[in-house]
Design a protein around this ligand. Structure first.
Ligand code: IVH
Length: 692
């Protein structure tokens, strides 16, 4: 504990002494609320419970209501949004909002060509040292200019035609990440330029909600963000979670600018403005190529869409020497990656039957290269969504593949059509087993009633069982499962363990060696953790996390199988729907039989000792974050070890993070850990924590 050298004035209750005037109190509340908003939205490291924040907020609201003259533009109460507008007003940009040249060559040659141009324009010869560049991501959102006067956000404007944009101040205020007041010594005027975007997970959640409500889904995060920011009703904007990253400046008064672009971004971050951590200062074309490659590898793992990277000459002095073409700086270039959306033809629609019998329409497409692979199938989600989008077989459609989300048809290529007459209907009988298809009243899901009788459901159940996060049976992929089920060799999960080398080797396209490998993999899979075993059974509503919670709580399979609904409800995070689903599953004799046969075949889940556990749990109560590549442990292995030791693994660094475990090529999480003073360890350090 650090000694307190200078204690603030405190009254008897240990509270900071109340300011003398309402004006002083309002100022104090605003400062506190802005500080906590920054911790919460930008650093993702809240220090104050939500309820405490709300209390301060309400106090400020009451104060401002009683003294309207105290209301200021930077008051957090102004985030809530104002009146519905009739239209957006024009804003003239004092410094035009330019665009950048796009390098058409998406290979690494694009980076080399840019450097060659820069060197030529600067008159550099072969003997001259490499040019230093600031490399950053090209965010796929919409450009925004934020104007701060005396540190207070006074205006936000879209790019428009570059000369004149639209005033969207009200809407931008609802973005929690954007500070209403800058931290530290703010310049008289500071226009921050950057990109408003929507995270992919927020976008997926939004669309999931739209689907549940039977409303129109959005095409992609960029369009959704752009549409939201131009809404006339700020209350609607608030329902669209938007984010912001700064990448440059507009008008500035009263500030001596840093000498480099990288220094400028650091300075903006110090003002409390969100700046992305995946940026680097690199030397010459070789450095650009390394950055281009590293970000291409990382693209799918980023939480938001990028359409490329941007290279900027780092020195502002060199930037000034290079100057501008008509509308674009000569010192910057956008180097794109292959697109994540493409137009192709919808050739036909098949029905896929899932593990739980759910029927999903799947688009068969004219193969198209999108998001780094050739896509010939994409989900259409459900027939109602198809109707809302007006999609018909034979149409030109837009296919999207971004991140690890499965490819999907997001809509028709824009164009007019007289009237929409669907040419696809959901079947009344399962296309695989001919069982009756049912739809819950008012629901959107069609389901095959065949259960384990349906080969499609059986195949999916086997694939799920063998999955990497379930029993992890290497070599048991969809082709093989297809063969095994179609040939009637495997009818249910326990049947897998009766497979012998001879039987497998007799299958088409199966070499003796692969047959032996699969038998070995099956043998190796026989001692899963209880959590993995539970997950692999494919009980509805039981995902990986719930399986872990159940294993931890009950400790043994036996206890779980015989638990009552009440007992199941005692498990943290298990609600009535999940409890009922688990109970129903184990109440069915054929499910119990499957479990018993698996055990009889030699599958022996490693039972957790449950609540009466007395194994050492050195990481109990600790939260760890993994980043980068560790020398010997995969991400999953590291996570399993941490969880076995009682710890939790989180995806983002906050003040509450106990340790960050960093490997090769650790990125922004490492930077954040350092900024927040969180202890950083390598793999050896992690092993130390685990007890050797
Ligand atoms: S710099 C004077 N940097 O891409 C240079 N732009 O035409 C101004 N964009 O619509 C742009 N990420 O909104 C720059 N890191 C980045 C960017 C970026 C995305 C957008 C920008 C503009 C377009 C460039």
């Amino acid at each position: 504990m650090l000694p307190i050298l200078v204690a603030p004035a405190r009254d008897n209750a240990g509270m900071t002494a109340a300011p003398a005037t309402p004006a002083a109190r309002a100022a104090e509340l605003r400062a506190q609320l802005n500080h906590h908003a920054h911790l919460y939205y930008v650093l993702d490291a809240p220090e104050l419970p939500d309820a405490e924040y709300d209390k301060l907020f309400q106090e400020l609201q009451a104060l401002e209501a009683a003294h309207p003259e105290l209301l200021t533009a930077d008051s957090p109460t102004q985030r809530v949004g104002g009146a519905v507008l009739d239209g957006l007003l024009p804003v003239r940009h004092v410094v035009p909002m330019l665009s950048i040249t796009t390098e058409t060559d998406t290979t690494e040659g694009g980076a080399i060509a840019f450097d060659a141009r820069v060197r030529r324009e600067l008159g550099l010869g072969e003997a001259d040292p490499p040019v230093e560049y600031a490399a950053e991501l090209k965010f796929d959102g919409l450009a925004m200019s934020l104007r701060y006067e005396q540190g207070v956000l006074v205006q936000a404007a879209t790019r428009g035609d570059g000369e004149t944009g639209e005033d969207v101040t009200q809407n931008v205020r609802t973005i929690g990440q954007i500070p209403l007041r800058l931290q530290g010594d703010a310049p008289a005027v500071l226009e921050v330029r950057g990109e408003v975007y929507m995270r992919r997970d927020d976008f997926e959640k939004l669309n999931e909600r739209q689907r549940e409500r039977g409303e129109k889904t959005f095409v992609n995060p960029r369009n959704t963000a752009a549409g939201a920011i131009r809404q006339l009703d700020p209350a609607l904007v608030r329902q669209r979670p938007l984010c912001f990253y700064a990448y440059g400046l507009g008008e500035v008064q009263g500030w001596e600018l840093p000498a480099t672009h990288a220094g400028l971004l650091d300075a903006l971050a110090a003002f409390g403005i969100p700046v992305n951590g995946d940026r680097a200062v690199v030397q010459g074309p070789a450095g650009l190529v390394v950055f281009h490659r590293a970000m291409a590898a990382k693209r799918d793992a980023l939480p938001f869409d990028i359409d490329g990277v941007v290279y900027k000459v780092n020195s502002r002095e060199l930037q000034a020497r290079l100057g501008f073409k008509t509308r674009e700086p000569r010192w910057a270039v956008a180097h794109k990656y292959p697109a994540q959306e493409q137009v192709t033809t919808l050739l036909a629609i098949d029905i896929q039957v899932g593990r739980t019998g759910k029927l999903t329409p799947v688009a068969r497409l004219d193969p198209v290269f999108v998001g780094g692979t050739t896509v010939s199938n994409a989900t259409l989600h459900n027939v109602f969504e198809m109707r809302r989008k007006g999609v018909r077989v034979g149409d030109k459609v837009i296919v999207r593949r971004a991140g690890d989300v499965i490819p999907e048809v997001v809509g028709r290529q824009p164009g007019v059509r007289a009237a929409y007459v669907p040419n696809f209907h959901m079947p009344r009988a399962c296309p695989v087993c001919d069982s009756k298809v049912v739809r819950e009243k008012g629901g959107i899901e069609y389901r095959c009633t065949g259960g384990v009788f349906c080969p499609a459901q059986r195949k999916q159940a086997l694939l799920h069982f063998a999955g990497r996060r379930a029993m992890d049976i290497e070599g048991l992929g969809d082709k093989l499962v297809e063969q095994l089920v179609d040939a009637g060799i495997v009818q249910s999960l326990p049947g897998l363990y009766k497979l012998g080398v001879a039987k497998l080797a007799a299958l088409e396209r199966m070499a003796e060696k692969s047959a032996q490998n699969l038998v070995d993999a099956l043998e190796k899979s026989k001692t899963p953790t209880l959590a993995r075993f539970l997950f692999s059974l494919g009980i509805r509503q039981v995902g990986e996390t719930t399986a872990k919670d159940l294993a931890r709580h009950f400790g043994t399979l036996d206890k779980l199988m015989n638990a009552s609904v009440e007992q199941l409800l005692e498990v943290p995070d298990v609600g009535p729907i999940v409890a009922a689903s688990i109970h129903t599953f184990f109440a069915q004799p054929h499910n119990r039989e499957v479990v018993e046969q698996l055990l009889a075949a030699g599958v022996a889940p490693k039972e957790s000792a449950g609540e009466a556990d007395d194994r050492p749990r050195p990481l109990l109560g600790k939260t760890l974050v993994l980043t980068g590549t560790l020398p010997t442990l995969s991400r999953d292995e590291a996570q399993a070890l941490i969880e076995e030791a009682g710890g939790k693994v989180s995806g983002s660094v906050s003040k509450k993070t106990s340790y960050v475990i960093a490997g090769e090529e650790a990125g922004s999480k490492l930077e954040k850990a350092r900024a927040l003073g969180v202890e950083v360890l390598d793999e050896a350090g992690l092993r130390g924590l685990l007890g050797g």
